[in-house]
Design a binder for this molecule. Structure first.
Ligand code: PHE
Length: 345
């Protein structure tokens, strides 16, 4: 073991340390010269074989070389780290002068615009708002609406059942029963806007979830003339004075007589076109005179009281008012669709 060899080793190490340009390379240099398998470490382990005098001499020498290399590495490491940080910061600098990403602002959904308008119209006529659950019992949704079990009318409304006695309401009509029971035989004038559910396959005119506004008026001597006048006023306010309505005989288990109400087609003013399939009319709601059984089951004497009820599809009204070609657009919340309603919302 020669002193010169050690000094050559030190020179080589210091030269390499000086030349490295990044911290990773410096780690490698440290490994080469200072790890347990490095030349210096091996020499150190062999010191024991030397005679006392030489051992001390070489021990000091090796330690001196070792600390010279260690110090050089530490200094260089600090320098490289500082350099690398500066580079990183420069790279990550945010240019605050770049234009930002603009937030796209939508507008109120036409569904809500129309719901509010419809509610306003009926409030103006003296109706009050009633409410009921969307997860409804079979009893309220069907039985109290004069649709007993196994009645074929249940097929008209494909139902999402939760269990044997609970379901997602298929119409807002169960709120009629709830309002009647709450009002205990007194005159009544309520509307109920709300969500309803049916097992429909979704397409441009159908959705498994949709909304209705239910209406119910009970008093003495109520007849179909009152129903017609109320709906005519609603249609005139919603679609304009020029629209005519037509009551077409229909069937619902909870009303007798029952009607389907049509309005004259906006596109052809009743002459007949592709929009109304040549009939001049478009159907907008179902209605009728409250069935005596429904009155009786919910605490009203049909000999004293009579009433009318109606159920209007809210999306259907929105579609007709704004000429929307696909009901699904109402639910998708696409800002490109919604922005068209900025002026009216
Ligand atoms: N509930 C009926 C439906 O959803 C609509 C309706 C309500 C008909 C009230 C008559 C009276 O189809």
């Amino acid at each position: 073991m020669k002193k010169e060899t050690l000094l050559l080793l030190q020179d080589a190490a210091l030269k390499q340390i000086k030349e490295v340009v990044n911290s990773e390379a410096l780690h490698n240099v440290r490994h080469t010269y200072l790890s347990r398998k490095s030349e210096l470490s091996i020499l150190m382990s062999q010191l024991g074989r030397l005679p006392n005098e030489k051992r001390r001499q070489f021990g000091q020498l090796i330690n001196g070389v070792r600390s010279a290399i260690t110090k050089a590495i530490e200094e260089k490491m600090a320098l490289l780290k500082a350099q690398e940080l500066t580079e990183k910061l420069a790279k990550e600098k945010v240019d605050i002068s770049l234009p930002g990403k603009g937030a796209t602002v939508g507008a109120r959904n036409p569904f809500h615009i129309i719901t509010d308008e419809m509610v306003e119209i009926f409030l103006g006529m003296g109706f009050e708002i009633a409410d009921g659950p969307e997860v409804e019992s079979d009893y309220f949704n069907f039985e109290l609406m004069n649709i007993p079990k196994d009645h074929p009318a249940r097929d008209m409304q494909d139902t999402f059942y939760i269990n044997e006695s609970l379901l997602l309401r298929t119409h807002t009509s169960p709120v009629q029963a709830r309002a009647m029971q709450e009002n205990r035989g007194r005159p009544l004038r309520v509307i109920c806007p709300g969500k309803t559910y049916r097992r429909d396959d979704d397409d441009v005119t159908h959705s498994h979830q949709f909304a209705q506004i239910e209406g119910l008026l009970i008093d003495k001597d109520i007849n179909i003339g009152h129903l017609k006048a109320t709906l005519e006023l609603f249609v005139h306010k919603m679609f304009g004075e020029k629209r005519k309505i037509r009551l077409r005989s229909s069937f619902f288990p909870f009303t007798e007589p029952s009607v389907e109400v049509d309005i004259t087609c906006a596109n052809c003013s009743g002459r007949g076109c592709h929009m109304c399939k040549g009939t001049g009319y478009i159907e907008i709601l179902g209605a009728g005179i409250v069935h005596p059984n429904v009155l009786k089951m919910n605490g009203y004497d049909p000999e004293v009281y009579s009433g009318f009820a109606f159920g209007i599809g809210i999306e259907r009204v929105a579609i007709l008012r704004y000429d929307i070609d696909d009901i699904r657009k109402i639910y998708q919340n696409d800002v490109r669709f919604l922005q068209q309603f900025k002026k009216v919302s």
